[in-house]
Design a protein around this ligand. Structure first.
Ligand code: F6R
Length: 629
């Protein structure tokens, strides 16, 4: 195997960042971040083997390390990296949980790593979730003793949960905690349910303690994705506190964070780099996008609308350099305010020409990853597009069958049984449990399709323009995508030849479905571009957000105002997705329903524009330009 750089040295050489109390490496993409970590582990495994020593790895599970393990397997197969001298200890295991169960972390490790490398099975240690409760304390103590007997952990890989946990040390866990049984936070359960078929995971887990983790000689925290950015900032830049147990890593002499750009989005180096000193000294320079970001940041930070910002406000908030670059606060204010003004439009697909009531009709295609993202995230815009006479189609990318509860299905079946009696239809199963898993899944997808037709009708989209793509990746446990996913999207694109496309750019979706759906759509569009399709040249693209997160003020390229009546119409459309109300208790510790979250977000966007000094609206839906088109 080719020797690679020591990641820890690399980070040390890049110089200290005064805001980041945990040394951090940011890589452009999730794949590159995962590769950096995999190569660090591989480097250590090879170095220890060369020195004739065993290498002790601390391993994590969850969605984050999957690409790390994939690369380790590749290195083993293609570059001869051997794990014969490796011992492993995993962070945690659900409790109660047999190693064969779908959600078992032992099973996860076998399937993602151990079964594909030459490691001695006896040297892999995963806590045993199948023991009786009375045996748990002794088992946990024995696990710690085995770590000590192995000489301690050389390098520990950890992820971070949205509660700030490392391993399953939830808020409140002590920095001195050891391996033990714990109760999971509601947010953790909500985040981890979708990773498991059937969505059933126990409420408890066995986990290494913070103290156990801090004893590892090196620790790498890997965090990927926009949904982690707020908690990543708290862990790296915030105080050391047991409210965010990952922050304890700041006390470790050799702990680092490796992030992709999305997870790094809230770090000061990204959201307000001028606070780290003049950009010119950081090797950067001011451009239109940064000026906009800085002026909007300054207005919100100083509590003044843009047009009231004075030279002194710039100087006092670390923006002296910008003031010099921009000439005066007057010029900077005006420049950014005009750009903000230009984002507001009630005509999402173009204004009517002189003397016309409606604009020229355009063919619009909205891509909705799940069956309800269209109305949740851009229900008002959708209704406007229909009302303004455009030909609006919606493509629902995945079936959404994972998110229909057993309870909801039982209720539907109850109704079907009654109606079968009325309509004289023979044989309907007496109980939902008598329906095969495969049929249940099909029925769940049917439930969602009928909800779509009802919700889309509220917005004004006819059933014939609702397209169900049922992308195959969603039906697979490992979410593997292939050509069939891209082909399904391309077929629709070429048959419709849209002039405007709206896609979900809400990458904070904790389940990852939105990210996959966007990547597939990009692949389909790129393929069309490569094939020289004419329609792509005449098509414009917009990204919406909304179910989980919103655009930052400076990222907004278009803001569509909603009247109070449109807010209510949008609410009515979202409520047609009745099966999703069953999901409320699992929305990640936030008990609000989707319509409430959607309204809170659009109101917050309106409030943002008001604070910046623009008009006061009931709500605003926001979009960003999609550079792919
Ligand atoms: C898993 C573990 C957890 C995860 C964390 C992030 O062994 O200990 O702390 O690392 O919940 O999970 P993902 O990677 O699924 O976002």
């Amino acid at each position: 195997m080719t020797p690679r750089h020591d990641l820890f040295d690399l980070i040390a050489q890049s110089g200290a960042n005064p805001c980041e109390k945990l040394p951090t490496l940011v890589r452009p993409t999730a794949a590159e971040a995962a590769l950096a970590v995999a190569h660090e582990i591989a480097r250590l495994v090879a170095a220890q083997a060369a020195a004739g020593r065993r290498c002790v790895l601390g391993l994590a599970t969850g969605s984050t390390p999957i690409a790390v393990y994939r690369e380790l397997v590749r290195l083993h197969r293609e570059e001869g990296l051997s794990f014969k001298h490796v011992t492993t200890f995993n962070l945690d295991e659900y409790y109660p949980c047999a190693p064969t169960e779908a959600h078992s972390y032992r099973r996860f490790m076998q399937e993602n790593l151990f079964d594909h490398i030459d490691i001695d099975p006896a040297q892999t240690h995963v806590l045993d979730g199948s023991l009786p409760r009375a045996s748990v304390p002794a088992h946990c103590a024995d696990f710690e003793a085995r770590i000590r007997a192995a000489g301690g952990i050389d390098i520990q890989l950890v992820g971070i949960g949205r509660t700030g946990h490392i391993a399953f040390n939830e808020p409140g866990a002590s920095g001195a905690s050891r391996t033990r049984l714990v109760t999971l936070h509601a947010t953790t359960i909500a985040d981890n349910r979708p990773l498991v078929p059937g969505g059933n995971i126990p409420a408890q887990s066995l986990t290494m303690g913070v103290g156990t983790i801090l004893e590892a000689r090196r620790v790498v925290m890997l965090a990927l994705g926009q949904h982690k950015r707020a908690i990543v900032r708290a862990a790296i830049e915030g105080p050391v506190t047991n409210e965010v147990t990952a922050s304890f890593l700041q006390n470790h002499p050799a702990a680092i964070a490796v992030l992709d750009e999305a997870a790094a989005g809230d770090l000061t180096r990204v959201h307000a780099p001028w606070l780290l000193g003049p950009l010119s000294l950081q090797g950067g320079q001011w451009n239109d996008a940064l000026v906009r970001q800085a002026v909007i940041w300054l207005a919100l930070e100083s509590g003044k609308p843009i047009l009231k910002l004075e030279d002194g406000d710039y100087a006092r908030h670390g923006l002296e350099e910008l003031l010099a670059y921009g000439g005066s606060s007057y010029e900077l204010n005006l420049r950014v305010f005009r750009a903000l003004q230009a984002t507001v439009s009630g005509w999402p697909a173009g204004r009517p020409s002189e003397g016309q009531a409606k604009p020229a009709p355009r063919r619009v295609l909205v891509f909705s990853p799940h069956p309800d993202d269209d109305v949740i995230s851009m229900g008002g815009t959708l209704a406007r597009l229909c009302a303004q006479g455009h030909e609006v189609h919606v493509a629902y990318q995945v079936s959404g069958a994972n998110a229909v509860s057993r309870d909801f299905m039982a209720r539907q079946l109850d109704f079907v049984r009654e109606s079968a009696g009325v309509l004289g239809v023979a044989r309907v199963p007496a109980d939902i449990d008598q329906v095969s898993a495969e049929h249940r899944r099909e029925l769940a997808a049917a439930v969602r399709r009928s909800e779509v037709r009802s919700a889309a009708a509220v917005a004004g989209v006819p059933a014939a323009r609702c397209h169900f793509l049922n992308l195959p990746f969603y039906e697979r446990l490992d979410r593997r995508t292939d050509e069939a996913d891209v082909a399904a999207i391309r077929t629709l694109l070429t048959s419709l030849k849209p002039e405007q496309i709206y896609a979900a750019g809400d990458l904070a979706d904790p389940h990852g479905t939105h990210r996959i759906c966007l990547e597939l759509l990009e692949a389909a569009i790129r393929a069309e571009q490569a094939a020289g399709a004419v329609w792509v040249k005449n098509c414009e693209g917009w990204l919406y957000r909304g179910a989980w997160d919103d655009w930052r003020a400076h990222e907004i390229d278009r803001a569509i105002p909603l009247s109070p009546a449109e807010v209510l119409l949008k609410r009515r459309a979202i409520l047609r997705h009745q099966s999703q109300k069953d999901e409320t208790p699992f929305l990640g510790g936030d008990a609000r329903e989707f319509w409430q979250r959607a309204e809170a977000r659009t109101q917050a966007a309106a409030e943002l524009y008001r604070k910046l000094g623009w008009a006061e609206y009931a709500a605003l839906e926001t979009l960003a330009r999609w550079p792919v088109l």
